[in-house]
Design a protein around this ligand. Structure first.
Ligand code: PEP
Length: 254
């Protein structure tokens, strides 16, 4: 529906040992090698298996991704991992501001914005997640929440090019719940986000930046969501944990 290359992203969250990651990537690579010309395929692994995923994807057109980073390069930040450390193990992209980070670990619009800026500066593609809770949606506050999240990040980025950053609209009520936004709801929200990105970053940016949908995507609903004009791919949790099912999602994005 557009010139933008779709992206299908697997978010493993806190799952998989190194051995399990190896088995998964070994299964995935031969099955998506035909698709990567048309779809960017990315696997967001926990820090412990990320070096393995980075090494195994080195010569393949599959992107190794991290699920978080810190916005300083090094120092006394116990438990944190920096952008240069991620680059060092072959990471190409990083999820920033996932709703679980915001809700469970207290990340704010400000920390998310600083992380996105650091990723971009380091040459990592930030996948910036935005989305509203069920209560916010029911109270008519969806756009207030989402537009605020988008603005905070755009203010921290210095006129990024459209291929340097990716946004993901992930309504919190649809994450891990089995409840998906309808294709029309996904299109409406993502179209609105693209409109705002046009105001904030210019029309060229808005036309080329990719915006993914996330929230209970599975093989049975992926094609309808991916067919929407402004939806440029998916960020997938549960249905990405089996290589077989993730391959089907990559196919749906072609
Ligand atoms: C996610 O966490 O990014 C996500 C979309 O999860 P799920 O596909 O399991 O809803």
């Amino acid at each position: 529906a557009s010139e933008r290359k779709p992206m299908m992203a697997a978010n493993w969250k806190m799952n998989k040992t190194v051995r399990e990651a190896e088995d998964y990537v070994a299964k995935l690579l031969p099955r998506v090698s035909d698709a990567t010309d048309e779809v960017d395929v990315a696997v967001f692994a926990p820090f412990t298996s990320l070096p393995t995923v980075g090494r195994m994807t080195q010569d393949a057109a599959v992107i190794a991704g991290a699920q978080n980073l810190y916005f300083e390069d090094s120092g006394a930040y116990t438990g944190e991992v920096s952008a240069p450390m991620l680059k060092d193990v072959g990471t190409g992209a990083v999820i920033v501001g996932h709703s679980e980070r915001r809700e469970i670990f207290g990340e704010t619009d400000e920390t998310v914005a600083r992380k996105a800026a650091k990723a971009l500066e380091a040459g990592l593609v930030p996948i910036v997640c935005v989305g509203e809770t069920k209560e916010e949606r029911d109270a008519g506050g969806m756009w207030d929440k989402v537009s605020g999240q988008v603005r905070a990040v755009m203010e921290a980025l210095d006129g990024p090019s459209g291929d340097a950053v990716v946004f993901a609209y992930e309504p919190i009520w649809a994450i891990g719940t089995g409840e998906t936004a309808s294709p029309e709801d996904a299109q409406e929200a993502i179209g609105q986000i693209r409109g705002l990105l046009g105001e904030l970053g210019g029309e060229e940016f808005a036309g080329s930046v990719r915006i993914l949908y996330g929230g209970s995507i599975k093989p049975s609903n992926a094609a309808d969501i991916m067919a929407q004009d402004d939806v440029d791919g998916g960020l997938v949790g549960g249905a990405s944990l089996e290589a077989e099912s993730f391959v089907e999602l990559v196919e749906a994005a072609r």
